[in-house]
Design a protein around this ligand. Structure first.
Ligand code: TYD
Ligand code: MG
Length: 456
């Protein structure tokens, strides 16, 4: 390809196209193809240390046991360790993604200090802030004495040279969008640069046994080379999420080669940085006020951990035309499905109303088991009657209106009992007994719940 001829790269999957198109034929994403100049498509030659005759194959079974995996590094920050699957794995690459301003730099500076205090050699490279600014932030977080090596640099070749010399156990690069390699011609933040920089840093992690943590910004539209292309390269992908205006932040594992995905860590953004939240259910329910119609407590499970949250619904008369649907913290197509099931299977027609649904506290719920709690909140809002204050709800709803079993029901029941609830509206397969004094109201079909809530 001629030098400087434009190429077109998909920000989602990294596929290269000869011409611009509105849809990537490789992954099917819309509006993800961006123009870049240069021969950037191929990886730079200086990356990696491929030298003739160096490649070896090793036996899977190591007879001497000498190659036993080195232990994981613990941050001694329980919420972070759990999301990583029990600590940071040496030689692994981790991507921490999230919206700008959500607190990624704060989290990683705190993590860097925690690793350093455990005795691990830790380097924090910032391409966004000068070292003086990082020190100011550290001082605000009370971490100015932590033995972390700081570097403010965006030229990846000098960063790699520094890392080769320092050989840290943990290297944090904030953010991958600011890094650039001079062998790649496109601008920092472009797909080619982000991909080449991630490849170089991941290769460094594997080669030197350092754990590398990359920070990546995502915008709502997935623009500016959203770190999607990086997700395939790294071992672990964590997303840091939260609603603006809420202090709670959720660190969620969406991919983990060394531990369970779907695990979450809960933090609270305070004036002195991020504080761990050891008991998220109590926190998410703490905003609960008096009994009001439209509020149902969902007994959820995130990863291995039970999390109780309040689901709030409002059903309001709608002017003729198209009724409004607004959903925060849940999937809006799932809401449409529940409304259709309520109408078709239970005779509760809400389609002509405006409907607002909100998961309290800024948590985003993805479990299908939240269906029953959402349905209960909608029914209660429609009927204008509060649900019993001591009840929790969980169960997946099928298109027929049948309530299907949800995994880990014992965990849910135990957590609900611990927080003072005493009734669970649950799928009919849930057995009582093994749980701690909760009464289980088995709901086989959504119409049973509808009849009960609406008093028919
Ligand atoms: P930051 O870590 O810079 O976000 P990111 O790296 O994801 O862009 O966090 C920025 C926000 O966090 C900013 O709005 C201020 C807030 N914040 C606090 O509330 N308390 C603190 O102690 C710190 C350091 C930041
Ligand atoms: Mg930042």
């Amino acid at each position: 390809m001629a030098k400087n001829a434009p190429i077109f790269v998909c920000a989602e999957c990294g596929a290269i196209h000869a011409r611009w198109s509105g849809r990537c034929d490789s992954c099917g994403a819309w509006n993800s193809v961006q123009e870049e100049t240069g021969v950037a498509a191929s990886l730079p030659k200086s990356v990696g240390v491929a030298r003739a005759g160096k490649t070896r194959a090793a036996a899977l079974v190591s007879l001497e046991g000498e190659e036993a995996a080195p232990p994981r590094l613990s941050a001694a920050v329980e919420e972070l360790d759990r999301v990583l699957g029990g600590g940071l794995v040496p030689a692994s690459a981790v991507l921490v993604g999230g919206d700008p301003g959500i607190g990624k730099s704060t989290l990683l500076l705190q993590a860097a200090a925690a690793f350093a205090r455990q005795g691990a050699k830790c380097v924090y490279v910032s391409g966004e802030e000068a070292t003086a600014q990082i020190r100011m932030r550290a001082a605000r977080l009370g971490l100015e004495k932590a033995p972390v090596a700081l570097s403010a640099e965006t030229d990846l070749n000098s960063i790699l040279a520094m890392l080769e010399a320092e050989k840290p156990q943990v290297a944090i690069v904030d953010s991958i969008q600011t890094m650039w390699l001079d062998s790649v011609e496109s601008a920092p933040g472009s797909v080619s640069q982000v991909r080449a920089a991630s490849h170089a840093l991941t290769a460094f992690a594997k080669r030197r046994g350092s754990a590398v943590i990359l920070v990546g910004h995502v915008t709502k539209e997935g623009q500016i080379a959203g770190p999607r292309v990086v997700e395939h390269m790294v071992d672990t992908v964590l997303y840091f999420e939260g609603e603006r205006g809420h202090p709670f932040r959720i660190l969620r594992a969406v991919k983990n080669r060394f531990g369970p995905a779907d695990e979450i860590g809960v933090f609270e953004m305070t004036g002195k940085g991020l504080a761990q939240v050891g008991n998220p259910s109590a926190l998410f329910l703490s905003e609960r006020g008096r009994e009001v119609p439209g509020a149902a407590v969902f007994a959820g499970v995130e990863g291995t951990r039970p999390v109780l949250v309040e689901i709030q619904a409002l059903v309001a008369p709608s002017p003729p035309g198209s009724p409004r649907r607004a959903v925060v913290g849940w999937d809006s197509s799932r809401l449409a499905m529940i409304l259709a099931v309520l109408e078709a299977r239970c005779g509760v027609a809400l389609s002509g109303n405006d409907i607002y649904l909100n998961v309290a506290g800024g948590l985003r719920v993805t479990e299908p088991a939240a269906d029953l709690a959402v349905a209960a909140a909608l029914l209660s809002a429609a009927g204008g009657e509060p649900l019993p204050a001591e009840a929790v709800y969980f169960g997946e709803i099928s298109l027929s209106g049948a309530v299907r079993p949800a995994p880990q029901s014992d965990t849910r029941l135990r957590e609900a009992a611990r927080l003072g609830f005493n009734v669970a509206f649950a799928p009919s397969q849930v057995k009582p007994g093994a749980n701690s004094g909760m009464t289980v109201r088995r709901i086989e079909h959504l119409s049973t719940l509808a009849g009960e809530v609406l008093g028919e």
